[in-house]
Design a protein around this ligand. Structure first.
Ligand SMILES: *Cc1c(COP(=O)(O)O)cnc(C)c1O
Length: 434
């Protein structure tokens, strides 16, 4: 055994020991037992993919089954006769969602899916004029967001080439600085209609300074919205106090509400009662008092509920409710505190596994304030082989072309022991142990 390998194996034992102690003192450790873990090689997987699809809570089936039972029992009359009447069913998650994103209940709604909500919000909050028509966004943004933005720009007769301002990292770096983002907003200020940022960037895992970006956008007279796909349930949010105009998110990543889950939207209360604000309307956004009288004139209901189009997706909402109950019980404050410790531990374990290799590196910011749970590891070559080898050893992470593995220890269900076990496997597939 070389001296280096001996050091490594000692290090690995000490990670295991530290993990045991950290798990023993973790107040949230029992939440892990509330989730189904997929099996790999006859054992529960080492699952680090909560940034892509969160695990299924045990209670999801019970709550979904309960609504299937209501449907069997009541048929159409379930709209009013069900224990939680479907007429107002979307509101069973309102208070919990509001708490999660830092909003008043009338500022949030669970509806549709993420990209649909992004379009609905842009119809209302991207109102370009010949002077103000630009949208500022982070570079290398998630394709769906770029497609949505580009198509909205074209819808209004503008050229994406000039209207989309994508802020790229400085050469030799992977992430943005707040100063850089704020400077871009000031530079393009008078011609900017909308600043549309991620809360946490899907590729790098960088958490952006949402309050500063909001302040800068509002100072130049632009609207500001956030895509919280990778932020909700991951980092603490305070959308109302930050004065954000709108936000959208999906619920199948950190929120564990299942594939194709019902998404969410936030609309600041200063827009709650603006019947003339352009929007794409549907009957479920109409004032409840006249919804079923089938009036000809659309009369939007107060707040974010007024952006609903269709009657609520009861089964996905039941799944979302099962998950939000767990978030309420655990609390974002405790989850955030554990997240920082768990991710810092993962960072240490990954750095140790990388050892002397210079062709592999963590590109997620080192500063806990600039990240959530996810760590993105970039490979100069051969990353896909490492990813495949991890899979063979029962590790579930994800591969993002061209060269990144995303590893996300979710504080809701991952343990420190999971992270230590991942470290040993990562070390062996990287070839930094013998
Ligand atoms: C996950 C994700 C999406 C996915 O959009 P859907 O409409 O839910 O399919 C879009 N944008 C971002 C930034 C994401 O992280």
């Amino acid at each position: 055994m070389t001296i280096f390998a001996a050091m490594n194996s000692e290090q690995s034992t000490s990670f295991d020991e530290r993990a045991r102690a950290l798990d023993a003192s973790d107040a949230l450790r029992s939440f892990r037992d509330q989730f189904h873990f997929p099996q790999k090689n006859g054992r529960p997987a080492l699952y680090f993919c909560g940034n892509s699809l969160g695990l299924q809570p045990l209670r999801t089936q019970e709550l979904v089954d309960a609504e299937l039972e209501e449907w069997r029992t009541h048929g159409v009359e379930g709209h009013f006769a069900a224990r939680h009447p479907w007429f107002s069913y979307h509101r069973i998650v309102t208070d919990q969602l509001a708490a999660l994103v830092g909003a008043a209940p009338h500022e949030v709604v669970a509806m549709n899916t993420l990209t649909v909500n992004l379009h609905l919000m842009m119809i209302s909050f991207y109102r370009p004029t010949s002077e103000r028509f630009k949208i500022i966004l982070a570079g290398s943004e998630f394709p769906s967001d770029r497609y949505a933005i580009e198509s909205q720009v074209r819808l209004h007769g503008f050229d994406p080439e000039h209207a989309m301002i994508e802020i790229e990292p400085f050469p030799g770096t992977s992430t943005l600085t707040t100063e850089q983002v704020v400077a871009a907003i000031r530079e393009h200020g008078p011609s900017t209609a909308l600043v549309l940022f991620s809360g946490v960037h899907f590729f790098t895992g960088q958490r952006f300074d949402m309050p500063s970006i909001t302040q800068a956008a509002r100072a130049v007279g632009a609207n500001v919205g956030f895509d919280l796909a990778h932020a909700v349930g991951n980092v603490q949010l305070d959308l109302h106090a930050w004065d954000v105009d709108f936000a959208v998110w999906c619920s199948y990543k950190y929120l564990n509400a299942g594939p194709g889950a019902v998404a969410g939207a936030f609309v600041h209360e200063r827009h709650a009662k603006k019947p003339d604000l352009p929007r794409l309307a549907g009957w479920w956004g109409n004032d409840e008092k006249t919804r079923f009288t089938m009036e000809h004139r659309f009369d939007p209901t107060y707040g974010a509920d007024g952006w609903q189009l269709s009657n609520a997706q009861i089964l996905p909402l039941a799944a979302l409710k099962a998950s939000l109950d767990l978030f309420q019980e655990a609390g974002m404050e405790r989850l955030s505190e554990k997240r920082d410790r768990l991710t810092a531990f993962a960072e240490e374990v990954i750095d140790d596994a990388i050892g002397m290799r210079t062709d592999v590196r963590i590109i997620t910011p080192r500063d806990p304030m600039q990240r959530g749970a996810q760590l993105s590891v970039m490979f100069d070559t051969n990353g896909k082989h490492i990813f495949d080898a991890l899979g063979e050893h029962g590790v579930v992470v994800d591969w993002r072309t061209p060269n990144v593995i995303r590893i996300t220890p979710a504080p809701m269900y991952n343990s420190f022991a999971d992270v230590a076990a991942f470290g040993s496997i990562f070390r062996s597939v990287l070839g930094t142990t013998v």
